[in-house]
Design a protein around this ligand. Structure first.
Ligand code: ZN
Length: 395
């Protein structure tokens, strides 16, 4: 193990801190851990495996850190509503995750991919049902969403511009009997692992990506259509993002479940529906007696261009996040509300009201993070939970 230390010139904002901790894993494959001290000046400690070329990695790190530090200072988030409980938070995200694992309610399949059992599975399922009912109350019809998204859908939506590194690409073996036989022989030869390099025509051209976000296929489905007065749908889908060394228990996992609500219609109706969705967020804090905050937000940035987009998102209040407390000084974004203007209407040629370009907004609930925050705030004895949360669990 080798460690590279980089002294920063001045303290950094919470936002920039998270960006550094999350994105520096992508500087080089040999990086195994990234830490940032709280001191003044803060010092980055980057651990690399012994096989890494330290001088080369250090040069790349300095360039990447300089780029992230020089990104435009984002506009400060605006708090829409906040709810605090007087009795404090029981556990941090890490403590909660450790306890869920110790009880066998969460078991790893892969780093960042888990099996849920017992009360964790009950809560997960119960919350999705509660969010689904809430969506139905807003007039949403149920849709079933695929886990495989066409690469052309995501390319057209521009999703890969800032997120190519997090996508889980899906390959299939090309139709070639002799290549398959060779491949199968290699698989069964006892050498372990799967090596696609023997299938040269397969890997370079994935035609699908595991769903990185829930709502993209809905806009594609509406392509070329006039939705009339409005279209409101709700669907549940498993989503996938590869986060390298930044994966962290249920806080940032590779596979997670999302309940999504999408509204498409005229500008005035979308603006009104978005206001209703923000209301839903504050009502949920009250209903489940959870500590959290609803505030304006921006998508995490990876490149210069996405850093600029964040300032744009924050200043125009295009994105809101409902952040639930896990520990006294930590939160997880458990839901987001996104206003797209007529972006998807133009992109996919979606009309409303007999020919106007449609506007849209959406809301996604990250169900796994709701579970994490509920266990962190109320502990593992369900009898101690507020009645509204007990009612979510199966009888
Ligand atoms: Zn969405």
């Amino acid at each position: 193990m080798q460690t590279i230390s980089v002294e920063l010139s001045a303290p950094v904002s919470q936002d920039l801190r998270e960006t550094l901790l999350k994105n520096l894993y992508w500087t080089d494959r040999a990086i195994t851990n990234v830490d940032l001290s709280d001191g003044d000046p803060p010092v980055l400690a980057v651990a690399c495996s012994d096989s890494g070329d330290v001088t080369g990695i250090e040069a790349k790190l300095l360039t990447d850190v300089a780029e992230m530090l020089s990104s435009p200072v984002p506009v400060r988030p605006r708090v829409v509503c906040e709810r605090r409980n007087s009795y404090g938070i029981k556990l941090t995200a890490n403590q909660t995750f450790r306890e869920l694992s110790a009880r066998g309610w969460v078991s790893p399949e892969l780093p960042g991919v888990f099996v849920y059992a017992g009360p964790m599975a009950d809560l997960y399922h119960g919350l999705d049902r509660a969010f689904g009912d809430l969506a139905a109350g807003l007039g949403a019809r149920q849709v079933y969403l695929p886990s495989l998204i066409g690469t052309d859908t995501l390319l057209r939506a521009g999703y890969l511009r800032g997120n190519a590194h997090m996508a889980n690409y899906v390959y299939h073996i090309h139709e070639d009997r002799s290549a398959i036989s060779r491949f199968v022989r290699q698989l069964t030869s006892g050498l372990g692992g799967i090596d696609l390099s023997e299938l040269p025509t397969t890997a370079p051209s994935p035609e699908a990506i595991l769903s990185p976000a829930a709502c993209q296929p809905i806009y594609r489905m509406l392509s070329g259509r006039d939705v009339g007065e409005s279209f409101v749908a709700s669907g549940y889908v498993r989503c996938y993002r590869y986060e390298s060394g930044a994966m962290q228990g249920l806080r940032r996992s590779r596979e997670f479940g999302v309940r999504e609500i999408v509204y498409v219609g005229s500008k005035a109706d979308v603006v009104a529906f978005r206001a209703g969705l923000l209301n839903v967020c504050s009502q949920l804090l009250g209903r489940f007696e959870l500590q959290g905050v609803l505030e304006t937000a921006a998508d995490p940035f990876f490149t210069d261009t996405s850093a600029q987009y964040r300032t744009f998102q924050l200043s125009l209040e295009l994105k809101h996040e409902l952040k639930l407390a896990v520990g006294e000084n930590e939160t997880v974004a458990a839901a987001s509300v996104n206003y797209h203007g007529d972006h998807f209407g133009r992109l996919w040629d979606i009309k409303s009201n007999g020919g106007e370009t449609a506007y849209s907004c959406c809301m996604g609930f990250g169900i796994d993070r709701w579970c994490l925050a509920i266990f962190a705030q109320y502990g593992f004895d369900i009898q101690d939970w507020p009645r509204s949360l007990r009612e979510v669990m199966p009888k």
